[in-house]
Design a protein around this ligand. Structure first.
Ligand code: GLU
Length: 541
């Protein structure tokens, strides 16, 4: 056991004791059954969509029980620290409307950023040293690497354990000598004697699990003075009075260690819920959705593409609790997410399905709302489009009406705001590029000369304010006058004719919409108005 002088040399900053922190952060005055949960991301400059899934579940579990939902920034890994990353996490949560009750300056169980909590961790490290539950270790990176090589060569478990744990029993005089020599050191947890015992634990999602106990004397305080995740986790979750730790299941393997730490710290045993990862299908197999290979793993992907947040939420909530898959969006958004309904195996992220959900969600929105949302998205990602929306919001709304209103019925075409240009832009005069080349291949098989003649004839006698059948009749009249067959059958029997009414209608469609398939032309002509229809018909030469 080290003397208090040596402990002071090891951890100079600590003044308060665990009891002081216990008093400062007392149990929360919440009704029985209220759950305190947290989302605890590391600010690495990248927010994974799986993190949003975990925080949705955590937030919902807190809300449905009248509890508290916390955002805690886990930034003890200074090598991975990225400027702006904390704001980025805030923006991602805001995008999805996830609102922590406690975060940043808000709440009385903070600070909520681990790098600001060093004095708290140090109190517990000192307490561990005093009770001989921890010890300083001077092993260098190189020594540790060699050790693990030797362990692999001998076929034994790698790690700092048993006779490999060189610094586990250093004499105090040696510790003092090495401190005098200025050697850098970490503090390691003195794990209980390893006895091959297996531990049992009940996960709130996975049920009872059995694992080999931990034998490693893991680092709890790094040379920088900051704690490792393994140590910060029990200290923070205990002092923030978190009641269920909901986290990614990559941490399942650390359970034996975490249980040992909770016990050594004298904290009540934790309740965990481990969330299976989001998956991606690759050929016939499935793998974890990965930061490196899958753009859709990043929250940024959804924001940039302009997916409506509620569409992504509906989709993610369905992945979290499959009973919500394919439910009406409004109900899915307000339904509680239940831990017992979370899948143990991982859910497949299918962008085609997400697009489908988002189309449904957007089709339900009023055109005015869509125009506002397109504008908000475009301001950041498509400034010229934003300018157009600002200049002629009504034209944008008109364009959207055609996608949502009779006679075509709601057209579920737009899944994300970046599709607006392609799917609806042709309905906005300022966004339309007229078709002026009569030899454009989209007019095939009709000869260029006839294309121009048809367009001119139609434009010259154009009647706009007429019912649908009359409107179509004028295309037929112009076509027949120019020698087109009145029916497809007649054209088939007389292939020397320039085309049928079908080819003629295609010419008008290409001129008016710039495409060979489109919603019905009559409502399009209503949206565009007479001068715009004429401008498009007269563009061709
Ligand atoms: N900072 C850890 C991570 O990002 C949090 C794990 C946890 O929720 O406890 O993986």
């Amino acid at each position: 056991m080290l003397s208090s002088d040596t402990i002071k040399r090891l951890i100079p900053s600590s003044e308060l004791t665990p009891e002081d922190w216990e008093r400062k952060f007392p149990p929360r005055p919440l009704p029985a059954g209220a759950e305190v949960t947290r989302f605890a991301p590391s600010p690495t400059g990248y927010v994974h969509i799986g993190g949003i899934l975990v925080s949705l579940i955590s937030e919902s579990v807190a809300r449905q029980s009248g509890g508290v939902f916390i955002l805690r920034v886990e930034d003890t890994d200074r090598d991975r620290f990225v400027e702006d990353a904390v704001d980025q996490i805030g923006r991602a949560l805001e995008f999805f409307g996830i609102r922590p009750d406690e975060a940043g300056e808000k709440g009385s169980y903070g600070p909520y950023q681990q790098s600001h909590r060093q004095s708290i961790y140090d109190s517990y490290v000192v307490d561990f040293l005093k009770r001989d539950r921890a010890y300083p270790c001077f092993c260098t990176k190189e020594e540790l690497a060699e050790m693990s090589k030797a362990q692999s060569a001998q076929g034994v478990a790698t790690g700092y354990w048993g006779e490999w744990a060189r610094c586990r029993n250093l004499a105090e005089a040696t510790v003092i000598q090495r401190l005098d020599a200025g050697e850098p050191y970490v503090i390691r947890f003195r794990s209980p004697e390893f006895t091959d015992k297996r531990i049992r634990y009940v996960d709130l999602i996975r049920g009872p699990l059995e694992k080999e106990d931990n034998r490693n004397d893991v680092v709890i305080r790094k040379t920088t003075g900051l704690p490792t995740y393994h140590f910060a986790h029990p200290v923070d979750d205990h002092l923030m009075r978190v009641t269920i730790m909901i986290r990614a299941d990559e941490w399942l393997s650390s359970i034996p260690l975490h249980l040992q730490l909770f016990e050594a710290l004298g904290f009540p045993m934790p309740r965990y819920a481990h969330i299976a990862p989001l998956l991606k299908s690759e050929g016939k197999s499935r793998r974890k959705l990965s930061k490196r290979n899958d753009p859709e793993a990043a929250v940024d992907f959804y924001v940039r593409a302009g997916y409506p947040a509620e569409g992504v939420l509906v989709y993610l909530r369905g992945l979290a609790n499959s009973r919500l898959l394919d439910g009406p969006p409004k109900e899915v958004l307000s339904a509680p997410l239940l831990l017992e309904d979370c899948s143990r195996g991982g859910q497949l992220v299918d962008i085609a399905k997400l697009d489908h959900v988002c189309r449904e969600v957007i089709a339900e929105m009023a055109p005015e709302e869509v125009a506002d949302r397109v504008l908000k998205w475009a301001e950041e990602f498509d400034p010229p489009l934003a300018e157009l929306v600002r200049q002629d919001r009504q034209a944008i709304i008109n364009a959207l009406m055609i996608h949502q209103l009779p006679p075509t019925g709601p057209r579920k075409e737009i899944a994300k705001w970046s599709e607006f240009r392609d799917k609806a832009g042709f309905l906005v005069p300022a966004m339309f590029e007229t078709v002026s080349d009569a030899a454009d291949p989209r007019f095939a098989p009709v000869a260029a000369e006839l294309v121009t003649q048809l367009a001119q004839r139609l434009a010259d006698s154009y009647r706009h304010d007429v019912p649908a059948d009359e409107w179509f009749a004028q295309i037929r009249e112009a076509a027949v006058a120019l020698g087109f067959a009145a029916t497809a059958r007649e054209y088939k029997n007389n292939p020397q004719l320039p085309g049928s009414i079908k080819e003629a209608a295609n010419i008008v469609r290409v001129l008016v919409t710039g495409r060979t398939t489109s919603p019905e032309l009559y409502p399009i002509s209503r949206t565009l108005g007479e001068p715009e229809v004429l401008r498009r018909l007269r563009a061709v030469r």
